[in-house]
Design a protein around this ligand. Structure first.
Ligand code: 5CU
Length: 364
């Protein structure tokens, strides 16, 4: 008799109640507001949704902050374990003075929530980036006291200058030492000018479908160009949305590096350089939140069957008409895994949960 292996969702968000209160107190994006003609409060996090022309923001219900709702969603979709993370834009907006305490409060609160459902919830912690690198390093070192933390969630801005900023190296080294992977997630997309004059007519499609993946691709490529993976060789990153377009563009990025006279003159093409391919197979894991088998096959070819991880992006992408049934966005990701790896194969079981259990040590 074969034992069914666990299904693990590594891309699933919460805004814990203390964070919701912080957003309610704010007067500019990101914030939670009440708007005329809407019964529920509305969450406004993306510049594209802070306009009068769309129904401003999105309704924010218990699915955003209540872990009981997370468990209900997991049960509905046959998910055994979730590794929850604060959703964007994390604490990027916090003042330097408030960031350290806010991160501590959120991490303690999220860890306590996981403790209410032992074995079903784990988490990626939040970093107080605006507090500066010493405060961030201290919080990472404190995370070992928190039983359910299995890594950290990070946006692409780092300390304000992107992830190729040398000031981040001590933070990356501390994460490497603590064996805590980074779950890298986009928020800022691309400048709104690239979406053109009619972008307000297109809802959130352009920034979410294209802006988010390009942001991740650019952030990691900048890290590669800054030799971060040579300087911090065991740094581990799980990239949201199957790495944006990194698997697809890896060959082109590598070719551009190999043919760049400036990099050659700077001595950056010699022995010891890790290729994009090396990095994808050694330092990078990719989630399977790509909604199709073609994208997922690219991720698998780039990083390997043993490095892709199922995710849902809950509570984002709910059905537009809620009927209490399964979410199409989640089912599409299940179908993508089936299409790329087959049903009940070792590869599919690994992508659905085995890889996450191994990489994030979820068996304890
Ligand atoms: O729908 C969205 O805006 C989002 C978002 O902001 N963050 C995320 O993780 N998924 C979807």
């Amino acid at each position: 008799m074969s034992i069914k292996s666990s299904i693990v969702d590594i891309h699933t968000h919460v805004y814990p109640p203390s964070y919701i209160n912080l957003l309610k107190a704010r007067k500019s994006i990101p914030y939670i507001i009440s708007v005329p003609d809407s019964e529920s409060l509305r969450l406004v996090i993306l510049p594209a949704e802070d306009t009068e022309s769309t129904s401003r923001g999105r309704p924010v219900g218990a699915e955003y902050y209540d872990t009981n709702e997370k468990i209900k969603f997991m049960d509905l979709h046959s998910i055994d374990i979730s590794v929850i993370s604060l959703a964007n834009p994390w604490l990027d907006w916090a003042t330097p003075e408030e960031a350290g305490q806010a991160a501590k409060d959120i991490n303690d609160e999220v860890d306590a929530e996981c403790g209410k459902f032992p074995g079903r919830l784990f988490a990626f912690a939040t970093l107080p980036l605006s507090g500066g690198k010493e405060v961030v390093v201290k919080e990472i070192q404190r995370l070992k006291e928190l039983k359910y933390m299995r890594g950290i969630v990070l946006g692409t801005t780092g300390l304000g200058k992107g992830l190729d900023d040398p000031e981040l190296l001590p933070i990356f080294e501390t994460l490497q030492e603590a064996k805590l992977p980074i779950f890298l997630h986009p928020h800022y997309g691309l400048p709104s000018s690239v979406w053109g004059e009619r972008s307000n007519d297109y809802g959130h499609v352009l920034p979410l479908a294209l802006g988010f993946p390009m942001e991740t691709t650019i952030a990691v490529t900048r890290m590669i160009l800054a030799s971060v993976f040579e300087k911090v060789p065991d740094l581990e990153m799980i990239l949201a949305h199957s790495g944006g377009t990194l698997p697809f563009l890896a060959g082109r990025i590598e070719s551009c590096i190999e043919h760049d006279g400036h990099l050659k003159a700077e001595g950056k093409l010699g022995n010891g350089r890790k290729t994009v391919r090396d990095i994808l197979k050694k330092n990078i894991f990719l989630d399977a939140v790509i909604y199709g088998d073609v994208g997922l096959k690219a991720a698998i070819q780039a990083s390997g069957e043993d490095r892709v991880l199922f995710g849902t992006d809950h509570p984002f992408f709910p059905p537009l008409v809620e009927d209490g049934g399964k979410w199409a966005s989640v089912e599409t990701n299940y179908e993508g895994i089936k299409g790329a790896l087959g049903s009940h194969t070792d590869g599919a079981e690994a992508a659905l949960g085995g890889n996450a259990v191994r990489i994030l040590n979820l068996n304890v």
